[in-house]
Design a protein around this ligand. Sequence first.
Ligand code: ADP
Ligand code: MG
Length: 267
Amino acid sequence: MIGPKLGAGREAEVFAWGRDAVVKLYRPGFRGHEAEAAALRHLEGHGVAPSLIQVVDHDRRRGLVLERLDGSNMLTLLQRQPWRLPNLARHLARAHLRIHAIEAPEDLPDLRDVLATRIHRAPMPSKLREFALRELSTLPRGDRLAHGDFHPGNLLVARDEVTVIDWVGATRGAPEADHARTLLLLRWADPLPGTPPLARGLMATGRSAFARAYAGYYRNGKSRPAMQLSSWLTVVVAARMSEGIEAEHRKLLSLLEAARRREGRGA
Ligand SMILES: Nc1ncnc2c1ncn2[C@@H]1O[C@H](COP(=O)(O)OP(=O)(O)O)[C@@H](O)[C@H]1O
Ligand SMILES: [Mg+2]
């Protein structure tokens, strides 16, 4: 049944499964399949995510059998066909707005609780941690479906059909938090290790234009303006530090320090 490997990340590997499906096999000790399965069950019929066909155990690992999707991920498309940038940014924003229009199932973790745990775990000076937790305490809980890691690498594009994959970080919360996390990833996340210098250079120029275009389409597609976005940005930056990405550490720290200085000035 199991076929060639199609992709791999920190938490799971994805293999072909029969002709029309894939299996996402989680590495031992990772429990992201629980949130991913809950989100996918809830999204069945919405046309936003692949169908969850079955939950299996393979080689003593938990696996989700998913509908197999055609197409390339949006990150690859951006690198190969940069002229499509505005259109892809529009698709990214639209898909995000569609997700945020959906009420989350109750069995998903609460987004604020997840952020608080991550901020407690992240390495940073205690003054900054207290500041980030204080900001978090002013922010609302929310009841929307949040993806948790919504970036172009987690969207598959086939012609003009866009499907969102990789729901291991799905939570229930305020859409602004999920939007802020995407802005953070687009603006500041370090490219994967091994990215050649030339590709890094191209990404550096393209990414700010892409982030601006995505932000504009997201804003225009909403009936109400995003609330307390700068506080959410502070909080997701602090939580990001728990991921231990060495190349980002100084940038994230300086963003937090700047936010704290702004607060001190009463801005
Ligand atoms: N339903 C699917 N259909 C086709 N390919 C998929 C599907 N789900 C995942 N993949 C492939 O596997 C890769 C990794 O999947 P993803 O869910 O993002 O896991 P992770 O990032 O944790 O490794 C994707 O980039 C894509 O190439
Ligand atoms: Mg992924």
